[in-house]
Ligand binder design. Sequence first.
Ligand code: MG
Length: 166
Amino acid sequence: MLLMPQHLLPDVSALTDDFLQEHEIRGVIFDIDNTLVGFRTPTPTPEVLALFARLEALGIRYAIASNNSRSRVELFVKELGVPAYHRACKPLGFALGRIRREFGIPARNMALVGDQIYTDMLGGNLAGMITVLVEPIDHKETLFFKLKRKLEMPVINRKRRKDAKK
Ligand SMILES: [Mg+2]
């Protein structure tokens, strides 16, 4: 099922060394908004920087693919020097494929980490990557967010039931 995340994690800090090694993850593509930081956080937090340092220590490559604007993404990655795509058009795979080829890592060893089913999970699954859904950082109670969540919950609940049966 192309919408279904392969893994549900509470947040990106749950990408532990054990998790990354167990799933043979050699490259990670991160969404920014509500995945690494909340909408109103313009730059990486100390927690995000610690995560990136840990990935580097493990020899794992990482990149950013955000559907947000150039200014949002450029400011976020300013100090990082990582491949970063704005207006990445997830779930379409152009940016994801470009990053994967740049890293030279097979899709099965690449993880896509995001907070949204219909962009991040669908995009990662279509690209043949390992998909990891995290809980959105800001639970914004806007009408749009509520509607979106309503569309996502059946997929998330189905995955939870599937995991519970294991
Ligand atoms: Mg997001």
